[in-house]
Design a protein around this ligand. Structure first.
Ligand SMILES: CC(C)(COP(=O)(O)OP(=O)(O)OC[C@H]1O[C@@H](n2cnc3c(N)ncnc32)[C@H](O)[C@@H]1OP(=O)(O)O)[C@@H](O)C(=O)NCCC(=O)NCCS
Length: 174
């Protein structure tokens, strides 16, 4: 669980019309707000215990963005997996992006970019070799975001999503 001290360690300020937006580590108390953002912005929902297990296992790379009232307006969460490396058969640690979302009214302020860069730095603690993610082939906003971070498309996962949409499997060498 994130303590007061923990949440202060990763403090970033983005100024939205002079009101600061803070990006910091997620705490247990933040999970309800994270779930609210997820339910508003993404079709993929997860049960509470799923968020809790990501927070318990990978707390440092689970980041939230809050507005000046402390409301959660965005989040990012990752898990770490042991899997064959992208360009060899050797087993390596992969940082797998589980989910990222920012509320519509706070978009295009650099919040997702801050969440990504901050959490990717934190993931290095797990000796990550590759960062990997899936994204809907129609989700050009997110695809642009990942390209900005130099992710490239490795392959397409057919019918990856429950509604039958394909995913791009995007990867980046750490
Ligand atoms: C994708 C998402 C997280 C981006 O959040 P954001 O805070 O608005 O993104 P940022 O302001 O940090 O933008 C970073 C980059 O993303 C890309 N991007 C974001 N919004 C974009 C838009 N409307 N049009 C084109 N590119 C866009 C751009 O490359 C942008 O860099 P730039 O501003 O230098 O051009 C947000 O649109 C969202 O929550 N979407 C719904 C949830 C989702 O699809 N998550 C991804 C699931 S895989």
């Amino acid at each position: 669980m994130g303590t007061e001290k923990d949440t202060r360690t990763n403090y970033f300020n983005i100024f939205n019309d002079k009101k600061p937006i803070v990006v910091r580590r997620c705490s247990l108390e933040d999970l309800e707000g994270v779930i609210e953002v997820n339910e508003k912005e993404l079709p993929e929902d997860y049960p509470y215990f799923f968020y809790k297990s990501i927070l318990d296992n990978y707390p440092e790379s689970f980041q939230v963005a809050c507005n000046s009232n402390g409301k959660i307006i965005g989040y990012i969460m990752w898990r770490v997996e042991r899997a064959p490396a992208i360009h060899s058969l050797k087993l390596m640690n992969q940082g797998h992006l589980v989910s990222i979302a920012v509320l519509k009214s706070y978009r295009r302020l650099g919040i997702a970019a801050t969440l990504l860069s901050n959490s990717m730095k934190k993931l290095k603690k797990y000796k990550i070799d590759d960062f990997v993610l899936e994204v809907r082939v129609s989700n050009y906003l997110a695809i642009n975001l990942y390209k900005k971070f130099n992710f490239t498309t490795h392959n397409i996962k057919e019918k990856y999503y429950r509604d039958g949409e394909n995913a791009y499997y995007m990867t980046l060498k750490a």
